[in-house]
Design a protein around this ligand. Structure first.
Ligand SMILES: C[S@@+](CC[C@H](N)C(=O)[O-])C[C@H]1O[C@@H](n2cnc3c(N)ncnc32)[C@H](O)[C@@H]1O
Length: 265
């Protein structure tokens, strides 16, 4: 998961990446849960950007869940999040992070930017436990977590024009062409994210998979309500730490691409 998109990570990609027909139970579960709307109407099945991976939480992660979960993990409820109540303060800039993995980057940035509130959304339970552990040890008071599909969180919990920033770091690249449909950063979701940003708010994405970087540049560049802050790819903003996998990749000559777009005023 945290070794991002480089070929060795292919094994770490959701386990069924080789499942040609998508018939394994894991695939079926992650692929498209049937969805019935509040009106009782069944909607077309949604292709998801993740699969529920096996992987156990460690004892320490479970302990962090028990001790810190009640305060820092917010339930997924399909209604507008009461941000001041959730964070215990009002007026702080609101940053959403999608797919924080094990949360090292999230904790680093939240420590660096104590004046900002960070809502981290991740589906992988051991990752949630790992970030809770970091929240306890750092310690951090400006992070909250929702363990749920970020697409639904953005759709139902975050109103239009409510976010100051969005971070999407190393989203699963879904290397194989037949899986590209699972990539998170596609025009409809980027339009949805952009609608949630305040004017002047930013969307910061990073990837180490060149072909996904090119797709991101095209999709973000094609969203009329966003403008690029750079001529193409952006220099890495100082707040985004270089992960150990990224460092290793950079030593091997692999690239990493950051994209920083702003919502037009
Ligand atoms: C390749 S990992 C990157 C993790 C982390 N951002 C990093 O830089 O190390 C992508 C993460 O996104 C999560 N993810 C993918 N789709 C998601 C979704 N729709 N909602 C929430 N999390 C998602 C996965 O569970 C995984 O942990």
């Amino acid at each position: 998961m945290t070794n991002h998109g480089h070929p060795p990570a292919d094994d770490a990609q959701p386990a069924h990446d080789d499942d040609e027909n998508g018939t394994s139970p894991t695939h079926a579960e992650g692929d498209a849960d049937a969805y019935v709307g509040p009106d009782g109407v069944a909607h077309p099945r949604r292709i998801r950007s993740f699969v529920r991976r096996a992987g156990r939480s460690s004892e320490a992660q479970k302990r962090a869940f028990d001790e810190l979960g009640p305060k820092f993990v917010l339930p997924y409820i399909p209604e507008t999040l009461d941000w001041p109540t959730a964070f215990g303060r009002a007026g702080a800039p609101r940053i959403l992070e999608i797919g924080f993995g094990m949360g090292d980057g999230t904790a680093h940035i939240a420590k660096l930017r104590p004046a900002d509130d960070f809502l981290g959304v991740e589906v992988h339970e051991p990752g949630v436990g790992a970030l809770l552990k970091l929240i306890g040890t750092t310690p951090l008071s400006n992070v909250r977590i929702v363990q749920h599909d970020a697409v639904e969180v953005v759709e139902h919990m975050l109103p239009e024009g409510s976010l100051d920033g969005v971070h999407v770091f190393f989203p699963d690249p879904w290397h194989k062409k037949r899986h590209h449909k699972r990539r998170l950063l596609q025009p409809p979701f980027v339009a949805l994210l952009a609608s949630r940003l305040k004017p002047g708010g930013y969307l910061h994405c990073a990837t180490d998979w060149q072909e996904y970087a090119e797709q991101m540049l095209e999709v973000l560049g094609g969203e009329a309500s966003l403008e690029n802050t750079a001529a193409g790819y952006a220099p890495r903003p100082d707040y985004r730490p270089v992960t150990k996998f990224e460092n290793r990749g950079l030593r091997l000559g692999h690239g990493v691409w950051d994209l920083v777009f702003r919502k037009r005023g």
